[in-house]
Write a protein that binds this ligand. Structure first.
Ligand code: F3S
Length: 400
């Protein structure tokens, strides 16, 4: 791969060991993908977590004096003092890992968003920007809804790109690689976020790795529907980009989306397919110990929906009820009163964390319900039923 004189000096360690390590990773990736050169990125999102695999690399960079050159936001970890209070203590060795991860991201100068939907508030690319975003909903959202360009990064490669301000030129940074691969005829009428969750899950499973081009969508999906579609298509598959014809930012016709080529394959999605996908996700029924919402992090609108369903009601005494959101989401929810309604019913609105964090150790033998197949997949509990928000709330009130 071609490197400029300055890049060669970075690789030789002239700008410090942390920066050198970050660049070594990017060069290795570039070599692996036969990238021609490095290109500048204007922002990055590192899918950090409070786990050892993430700790190693960010500490390596922080200890070597690296600092982010471009805005670099961070995925959820967890608020250790808060969970210590709620669950009577997180195992100290695990809490220590999370503490060190958060500290190391602070030292490299990252934006401590601790949110998996940073593209809504804390770190928003514009159409046409070149960025390096990891996180399953973030990559397809940024490519397909916003029209910026990113590869499907890991936490480490995104952080390295944030530190260097560059990424290798390969994959979805090149126009011809943004070509649609599968035509998806939607003969279903997805009506809410949960239906888009199922659509993402179904299409990801059918296609696996590819760029679907959707036809037949009757209306423009909402922000929350798109977030859920993006996240779930990367639970059952690996969809870094898609086109919804009629609303796609980079293509207004099928010809443009397929770049005048023919699709590799074609599938049709019906309401029945979505129903079957929902059935497939069910692994349990009966009494529940908890309900977990906000995977991906709930927006203000979703917090308001939860509050609307809980207003004047009480959650079952044996059910813990959790709503994960970003710090921004919670602040706005406190201002408009919906956080208070959820908490008055007995629920918790929690920031900076996600179901895939060790802070949920208390649920490892418990059974719950969630509206997110991704939450059910990354489970740190025994089992979870997957259903619509309304049904999750009713189950939390009934206790089963
Ligand atoms: Fe977000 Fe964690 Fe779910 S990162 S999408 S809350 S698994």
């Amino acid at each position: 791969m071609y490197l400029t004189k300055e890049e060669e000096r970075v690789l030789a360690g002239e700008f410090g060991e942390g920066t050198q390590k970050a660049f070594e990773l990017l060069v290795a990736i570039g070599d692996a993908y036969d990238a021609e050169k490095m290109i500048p990125v204007s922002r990055a999102h590192a899918a950090a977590s409070g786990q050892e695999g993430d700790l190693y690399f960010v500490e390596l960079l922080a200890n070597g004096g690296a600092r982010c050159r471009v805005p670099t936001s961070t995925n959820p970890v967890y608020d250790i003092p808060y969970f210590h209070k709620v669950f009577d203590g997180i195992p100290e060795d695990q809490a220590d890992v999370a503490r060190r991860v958060m500290e190391a991201y602070r030292r490299v100068g990252a934006i401590m968003s601790w949110s998996c939907v940073p593209y809504l508030a804390e770190n928003i690319p514009l159409a046409g920007e070149t960025v390096a975003f990891s996180e399953s909903s973030a990559t397809p959202y940024v490519n397909s809804v916003i029209g910026a360009r990113t590869n499907r990064e890991a936490a480490q490669s995104a952080l390295a790109a944030g530190v260097i301000g560059k990424t290798p030129l390969y994959g979805l940074h090149i126009k011809k690689n943004r070509k649609g691969t599968h035509l998806v005829k939607v003969d279903a009428a997805p009506k809410d976020e949960f239906d888009y969750t199922l659509l993402g899950y179904y299409v990801g499973k059918q296609i696996g790795y590819g760029i679907p081009v959707f036809t037949g969508m009757k209306r423009q999906p909402s922000t929350e529907e798109l977030i859920n579609f993006c996240a779930m298509s990367n639970v059952s598959g690996a969809i870094s980009m898609f086109y919804i014809l009629g609303w796609a930012i980079e293509a207004s016709t099928a010809e443009e989306a397929f770049q005048d080529d023919v699709p590799e394959d074609e599938i049709t999605v019906t309401d029945k397919d979505l129903e079957l996908a929902c059935d497939e996700l069910q692994t349990t029924s009966g009494k529940i110990d908890f309900v977990m919402l906000g995977c991906p992090h709930y927006t203000l609108k979703q917090l308001e929906e939860v509050a609307g369903l809980l207003k004047g009601r009480k959650l079952h005494k044996d059910v813990s009820f959790w709503v994960c959101t970003s710090a921004t989401g919670k602040l706005l929810g406190e201002r408009d009163g919906c956080v208070d309604i959820i908490e008055s019913a007995g629920g918790h609105v929690v920031v900076d964390t996600c179901i895939d964090e060790p802070c949920w150790f208390a649920y490892k033998d418990k059974v719950g319900m969630t509206d997110s197949p991704k939450c059910a997949y990354y489970r740190r509990f025994k089992e979870a039923r997957v259903g619509r928000l309304k049904d999750c709330v009713e189950a939390a009130i009934r206790g089963k």
